[in-house]
Design a protein around this ligand. Structure first.
Ligand code: PEP
Ligand code: MN
Length: 338
């Protein structure tokens, strides 16, 4: 349930309610809005009803949350969240781009990719140091060595770093290098990992599972937020369907659905969503038009030589052209379509 406080509610009244909720053994999540405070109560339904908070001073109304995911729902917080990643805002009308290779392959490859990504105007450099590969014989990533190259690329370009963490044991290490932790599709329902990144305090990019429903995805986000970490961004990256021409089927309707169901920002990854570099431009444009808060794009200085995901990676020229197009489209939408 959500308690919406009166705009004039005093700090004392708010505190009284929180104490009452905690005494009943229930958890609170407080959202300080511009005009009013919202108190989310999580726990047993009967215990919540027994609190009879509606009658307490300072309470304007209570709103039941019918879904099992609560903290991430738009019932809990109607206003879209803006996630601040070390000064870069995701959500709230801007278009954020995360570009870079699938994997960090070498110092030279990554620094070259970072230069290109920066030149196109993206805000984040992506690149996996820990790669969850389908085959155990495929390149598995440079691990900590790769993280040091990401940090060096940040120092050289000013780009923020988003990189995947695949294992609870590596969360602290990856968090010590990255600005944002990525949870990949294969780990979307690794609940221990979700809790661990929730506790890390770092912003999290949560990719949609390979065949996850939107509700399952939001439940996964709830695990992170339930640890007190509200800085979660969702990333649609395509789902498994019967179609084989594309690697996945990019579900752009998820953008609109999530905007309705949740306050969390949503970005789209047309690279993994299609598996084909030729489809990255049209699907990027469609994602921006659909209202996505950003894009994740795989870019490689030389896709033909890439150790992973070369066929879906943009070469520098195609990436730079794409950035011009999406920026023009985003400006047009901001100016002409409200
Ligand atoms: C990636 O972003 O490199 C990646 C492995 O993506 P996904 O988890 O969406 O497959
Ligand atoms: Mn990839």
């Amino acid at each position: 349930m959500v308690i919406v406080m009166n705009p004039n509610a005093t700090g004392e009244q708010i505190k009284k309610i929180i104490v009452r909720v905690h005494k009943a053994g229930l958890k609170t999540h407080i959202v300080e809005g511009e005009f009013r405070t919202i108190i989310g109560i999580i726990g047993d339904k009967k215990a919540i009803m027994a609190l009879a908070v509606e009658a307490l001073e300072g309470v304007e109304k209570t709103v039941p949350i019918s879904s099992d995911y609560k903290l991430v729902s738009s019932d809990f917080q109607p206003k879209p969240s803006v996630i601040d990643v070390d000064g870069i805002k995701i959500g709230g009308g801007s278009l954020v781009v995360m570009g870079g290779p699938c994997a960090v392959e070498s110092r030279e490859q990554l620094l070259e990719a970072a230069k290109i990504v920066k030149a196109g105007g993206a805000q984040f450099l992506r690149g996996g140091a820990y790669k969850p590969r389908t085959s155990p014989y495929a390149f598995q990533g440079l691990e900590e060595e790769g993280l040091t190259y990401l940090a060096e690329a940040r120092a050289a370009t000013g780009l923020k770093i988003v990189t995947e963490v695949t294992d609870v044991a590596a969360v602290d290490l990856v968090a010590s290098y990255a600005d944002m932790l990525q949870i990949g599709a294969r780990n979307m329902q690794n609940f221990h990992l979700l809790r661990a990144v929730g506790r890390s305090g770092k912003p999290v990019l949560l990719k949609r599972g390979l065949s996850a429903t939107i509700a399952e995805w939001l439940h996964a986000a709830e695990y992170i937020v339930n640890e007190g970490n509200y800085n979660v961004v969702l990333c649609e990256r395509g789902i498994r369907t019967y179609e084989e021409y594309t690697r996945n089927t990019l579900d752009l309707s998820a953008v609109g659905a999530l905007k309705h169901l949740s306050h969390l920002p949503v970005i789209v990854d047309p690279s993994h969503g299609t598996g084909k570099w030729r489809l990255v431009r049209p699907m990027s444009m469609a994602a921006v038009a659909a209202g996505a808060d950003g894009l994740m794009i795989e870019v490689h200085p030389n896709p033909a030589e890439a150790l992973s995901d070369g066929p879906q990676s943009l070469n520098p020229d195609n990436y730079l052209a794409l950035m011009q197009d999406v920026q023009k489209l985003a400006e047009f939408l901001r100016a002409e379509v409200k």
